[in-house]
Design a protein around this ligand. Structure first.
Ligand SMILES: [Cu+2]
Length: 124
C-alpha cells in the first residue's frame, strides 16, 4: 500500500513538472560589445518575452555608464571587466538602452544620453 501511494505521488509530481501550461519563461542571454562608442555587429533590438529571465553581458573598450530605461538599471561598465545586468522582463514595451558619459564618470547633472540599442519585451 505504501509503495502504491509513493508511486502515485511520483506520477502527480511528474505531471506537474512537465505540464505547467502558462508559465514557460525562458532564459535569454545577450553579449553586447561596445567599441568606438557604438554597439558592434547587427544588434539594434534585443527581443524577449514577458516573464523571461534576461542576462545582458557587457564588454566595452571605454568606461561608460549604461542605463536600461523602464527597468531603471544603471551600471558603470569598464574595459576588461565583465559586467552583467540580470532581471526578469515583467513589463512589456520598448525600452531604450543608453550610454551616459563615455570615457569619464558623469558629473552631477550630466544627462547626455547616447542611444545604443533597444530592449523589446513582447507579451507572452
Ligand atoms: Cu538614460
Amino acid at each position: 500500500m505504501r509503495v502504491f501511494w509513493s508511486g502515485l505521488c511520483l506520477l502527480v509530481l511528474a505531471a506537474w513538472l512537465t505540464g505547467c501550461p502558462g508559465t514557460g519563461s525562458e532564459e535569454q542571454s545577450f553579449t553586447i560589445n561596445i567599441r568606438n562608442r557604438a554597439v558592434q555587429g547587427d544588434m539594434d533590438v534585443l527581443r524577449v518575452k514577458q516573464g523571461d529571465r534576461v542576462t545582458l553581458w557587457w564588454m566595452t573598450d571605454e568606461t561608460v555608464t549604461i542605463h536600461l530605461h523602464g527597468y531603471d538599471i544603471e551600471q558603470v561598465v569598464k574595459p576588461g571587466v565583465s559586467s552583467v545586468f540580470t532581471f526578469q522582463a515583467y513589463a512589456t514595451g520598448r525600452y531604450p538602452i543608453t550610454a551616459h558619459a563615455f570615457g569619464n564618470l558623469p558629473a552631477a547633472g550630466d544627462q547626455q544620453e547616447i542611444p545604443l540599442l533597444y530592449l523589446e519585451v513582447l507579451p507572452r
